[in-house]
Design a protein around this ligand. Sequence first.
Ligand code: NAD
Ligand code: UD1
Length: 338
Amino acid sequence: MKILVTGGTGYIGSHTAVVLLQAGHEVVLLDNLCNSSPVVADRITEIAGRPVTLIEGDITDSDTLDQLFRQHSIDSVVHFAGFKAVGESTQYPLPYFGNNVAGTITLLTAMTKANVKKIVFSSSATVYGNTAPVPYVESFGRGQTNNTYGLTKSMIEQILEALSSSDPEWSIISLRYFNPVGAHESGRLGEDPAGIPNNLMPFIAQVAVGRRKQLSIFGGDYPTPDGTCRRDYIHVMDLAEGHLAALNILKPGIDAINLGTGRPLSVLEMVRAFEDVTGVKVPSQIVSRREGDLPEFWADAEKASRVMSWKAKRSLNDMMEDTWRWQLNNPDGYKITE
Ligand code: NAD
Ligand code: UD1
């Protein structure tokens, strides 16, 4: 198959591109490079041992999309492109609706024109909302989210549902990611956040490598076993393989599937695991809670296993080792290493 990967030079898209190439698919990446580097395409090719095509362009630009679909006979789309910073989304809602929601509508319109009606969409556990019981099960449906980013993911899921009911030829899967961490085992691909990382794992890694002084642990008084928040951290390569599994079962209709491990881990457990695996101390301090954080959530991973024979198989040690290898080999991300 020839697969279009939007946001393909980003963190999750790049790892997924490697998995798709290694499974024998042809891959076209579309990315406007607003949060990634073109170097990533070379590294994908280097790891997979097969060329990938990178088109620098924007999903909100219908001319670019129409031309792309004319030039390449695309079978399916894996749609990662979008903005993802929760805090920023609440401060600047319009660019989030514009890029995530309007961008997806432009993409779906171009796909309709080109008669490409297969899509796997990057959704998030955040669509379960603020009050769902744990673990999150797909049958719960969506809840009320407290940030604009989450709202864009819920809106896109609803747009996809409306499209599916209007035209039963569409084959659609929304994958609801939990907390992706880690890097490709080669140490050549990984997460390269711009500025101060919002997320836990890149922050830990940057403290360990000396780029930041200490980790602030947001809240030590949550109703959890050790008082810090618990999440379902999943290795990015397991997540990437989840996309291949989803493409393999795509059929007319629409579905939503969790991609998580089913096991919650606390912030303190993550810090300890990193220190144990790397032997590097991560200075940390418990500070006040971060607004909007939920005490704990994790996936019920049964559906992914049942419907697409996929399970996360990498260990917590793998997550830590691979994060550390990536960070050590690329202390400044993709910027000055090439
Ligand atoms: P990322 O920022 O690394 O990747 C997104 C890519 O999309 C970037 O390369 C960026 O340059 C590109 N992009 C953004 N807007 C674009 C546009 N208009 N046109 C073309 N390219 C554009 O993020 P990621 O962590 O790889 O996340 C990928 C997807 O998964 C996003 O939709 C995100 O919301 C979703 N997701 C991520 C997480 C996570 O923790 N990383 C969790 C749940 C869901
Ligand atoms: C956040 C988003 C979620 C998004 C995900 C991945 C919220 C409410 N949710 O999830 O929608 O899909 O990022 O992009 O923002 N932590 C610290 N110190 C830090 C950083 C994080 O203690 O410097 C803690 C957080 O309080 C949290 C845990 O680590 O308990 C994980 O945080 P993070 O990696 O930001 O992910 P989430 O908040 O789960």
